[in-house]
Design a protein around this ligand. Structure first.
Ligand code: HEM
Ligand code: HEM
Length: 246
């Protein structure tokens, strides 16, 4: 039944499916363009790279049982390591591209790289979002870009950790490419700074588990907010538009 339509319109809607009066009276949703195409493309390539890195990295540290026969006929660890390094390059080059877009893109593209930690108003919003996530508020405040709590998680939980994974990953990689390679020239200081190759391996592996914790919380928050906050989330990272449903 149409809340605003006349009975004649209702009758015709029953036959044709059209009900222009009801459509005109329906509440409008409002959308704002937030994430530009390079940010969205980067997000999904980055998510894929990290998934591949975690799976292949897990098996680099805990290899599958060896198979009988000639190792070079199978080359299992060779392929696993190759895929890990290829995804590692995708992650690192992707982050450089994302940093470039922070300079030339819209102001939401900069949120991943900046935190207004000195502003009291920012921390007030973080507190209000914490209360919302802890089920202490009925409604969250509305934000066009990342909410202030998400921003904190993105910078500390994702950006700092990813830079650490790139530094330690390329440092380990430089052990294979050898003295004098560009990887050694750029990342050769990391292993001596941390101590030994074994320690870098262990920290790189610990980083994987921290990243998995980030991804679990991140995907939970994205889907939870999509359902509970009356603002679009997952579709925003696909289409670029944030829709405010009320
Ligand atoms: C989120 C990103 C990453 C994750 C989750 C990850 C995960 C891992 C894990 C779990 C290991 C095994 C550590 C061990 O137990 O010994 C590993 C090893 C390694 N990773 Fe990564 N990694 C990441 C990024 C990178 C990057 C950017 C590179 C650079 C190319 C890289 C290069 C390496 C190398 C060279 C090894 C050692 C391979 C070997 O000893 O055979 N990783 N990674
Ligand atoms: C390995 C997996 C993933 C990683 C590392 C990751 C990382 C990130 C990062 C760093 C951002 C900030 C983007 C920016 O400001 O440029 C972001 C945003 C976002 N991601 Fe992911 N993501 C992953 C998977 C997913 C998945 C599976 C979903 C969907 C269910 C998702 C939904 C979102 C949404 C909705 C935003 C925007 C949130 C907002 O507007 O505040 N992500 N993600």
């Amino acid at each position: 039944m149409s809340p605003a339509g006349s009975s004649a319109a209702d009758a015709s809607a029953d036959i044709t499916g059209r009900d222009d009066a009801a459509v005109a009276a329906a509440p409008r949703v409002q959308s704002i363009y937030v994430y530009e195409a390079p940010v969205r493309l980067w997000h999904w390539i980055n998510a894929l790279a990290i998934t591949v890195l975690a799976v292949t990295g897990y098996f680099i540290g805990q290899p599958l049982p060896s198979m009988p026969g000639e190792a070079s006929d199978y080359y299992v660890m060779g392929y696993i390591r190759f895929v890990h390094f290829a995804a590692g390059y995708a992650l690192a080059v992707g982050l450089l591209g994302r940093a470039y877009w922070a300079l030339v893109g819209n102001h939401h593209a900069r949120e991943l790289f900046t935190l207004p930690v000195t502003r009291a108003a920012y921390w007030r919003e973080v507190r209000s979002m914490l209360a919302w996530y802890a089920f202490l508020r009925d409604r969250p405040n509305q934000y066009v870009g990342h909410n202030p709590m998400a921003r904190l998680a993105m910078v500390l939980g994702y950006l700092v950790l990813t830079i650490f994974m790139i530094l330690t990953g390329f440092a380990l990689y430089s052990e294979g490419t050898g003295v004098g390679s560009w990887q050694d020239k750029v990342f050769g200081w990391v292993i001596p700074l941390i101590g030994s190759s074994q320690q870098v391996h262990s920290l790189h592996r610990l980083g994987m588990w921290l990243m998995i914790v980030f991804v679990i919380l991140h995907v939970y928050a994205a889907i939870r907010e999509d359902i509970m906050s009356r603002q679009s989330m997952v579709s925003t990272m696909i289409s670029g538009y944030r829709t405010f449903k009320d």
